[in-house]
Design a protein around this ligand. Structure first.
Ligand SMILES: Cc1cc2nc3c(=O)[nH]c(=O)nc-3n(C[C@H](O)[C@H](O)[C@H](O)COP(=O)(O)OP(=O)(O)OC[C@H]3O[C@@H](n4cnc5c(N)ncnc54)[C@H](O)[C@@H]3O)c2cc1C
Length: 310
């Protein structure tokens, strides 16, 4: 027998039974629709809020039980970025999504995925045409995003061009397959509006990182819709962890050094322009026009968020 085993276990181990969350079990295999042809399905999960607590108590010892209750411990871990206990929870999803969303999603390396192979199988005739309200002007504030509404005729022209080009592309794809072109080559004809599908497995720590980036208003609307469905499903497994995530990460406001200086000046009674000038956060350009991007503008956005808290 190895030394430590002969003297007994290092920690007082709880019963080793597989946890299940009945509300989550009822959702397994149920398609949650997203966009025109997409969905998110919870395929499986391992662990729950109790698994986070169980892992944390290995580090903190039994004594913590009398100091903090389970919810308090999870919130403490989230606030202090003690992240490894959150890695004890795993999720597996099946996701059907347009290729342009998949290209953003796949950047999240700290996860595992297996994608539908368009080398082995024929790509279905399904593509995404955004709803009219989603076709908008290029944003002037966020260089990557969408802004104001466009004239209805511009919107309809875009949607009908996308529809007819996608149909044409799929016809050419079918013709190529019928003529004997290999599937792996024929797929080059299909644009990024077409759909793909994959299994995606990720632990809760990395899932929360994914959500913090992809639920954010700076992320593209389409991936935000998927992130919202993933969050809804994942929350059922770990409601306490999600409550803490929302409180300290989603709703939290992180202030840099100059932002703290500006906030202190505001608390001392200075106006917003005065406080920003004192702190070195520019609000106007050299030509006197108001800035639309940059650190000063982002500080104003943070102030708006703070003012908006209920
Ligand atoms: C709004 C928005 C706009 C974006 N725009 C662009 C863009 O224009 N162009 C573009 O290319 N990408 C863009 N991205 C993708 C972005 O740069 C990240 O690649 C993506 O969000 C994944 O984040 P991540 O690397 O933190 O996550 P993961 O890949 O899941 O990694 C999780 C964490 O693991 C660590 N990690 C993983 N791999 C490494 C590594 N090799 N070295 C060091 N640390 C590592 C890091 O701490 C990382 O935060 C954008 C993302 C968002 C949310």
């Amino acid at each position: 027998m190895v030394g430590s085993e002969s003297r007994g276990a290092l920690v007082d181990e709880p019963p080793m039974t597989r946890v299940s969350v009945p509300e989550a079990d009822r959702l397994i295999g149920v398609k949650q629709p997203v966009l025109a042809h997409g969905f998110v399905v919870l395929v499986d999960y391992m662990g729950n809020d109790a698994a986070i607590v169980q892992a944390a108590r290995v580090s903190y010892g039994r004594g913590t039980k009398t100091v903090r209750d389970d919810r308090g411990l999870v919130r403490y871990l989230m606030r202090h970025r003690h992240t490894t206990p959150f890695e004890m929870v795993e999720y597996k999803f099946l996701v059907r999504l347009p290729i342009f969303v998949a290209r953003q999603w796949v950047r999240h390396r700290a996860s595992s995925l297996n994608e539908y192979s368009a080398r082995y199988s024929v790509v279905p005739d399904e593509y995404e045409v955004p709803l009219p309200e989603e076709v908008r002007h290029q944003s002037t504030r966020n260089r990557q995003g969408r802004g104001d509404a466009l004239p209805a005729e511009v919107v309809e022209r875009f949607r009908s061009d996308l529809d007819s080009l996608s149909k044409e592309a799929y016809d050419a794809y079918t013709r190529a397959l019928d003529a004997g072109v290999a599937r792996e080559t024929a797929r080059l004809l299909l644009p990024v509006a077409f759909y793909t599908q994959w299994y995606w497995k990720i632990n809760l720590h990395n899932l929360l990182h994914f959500l913090s980036l992809r639920l954010d208003p700076h992320a593209q609307e389409e991936i935000r819709l998927y992130a919202a469905e993933v969050a809804k499903l994942a929350r059922v497994v770990c409601p306490v962890a999600f409550e803490a995530f929302e409180e300290f990460q989603v709703e939290g406001v992180n202030l840099g050094r100059r932002e703290r200086r500006a906030l202190r000046a505001l608390l001392e009674g200075k106006s917003v322009p005065e406080a920003c000038a004192l702190a070195g956060l520019p609000l106007t350009r050299e030509d006197g026009k108001p800035m639309t991007t940059g650190e000063g503008v982002e500080f104003l956005e943070k102030l708006e968020r703070i003012r908006g808290v209920e």
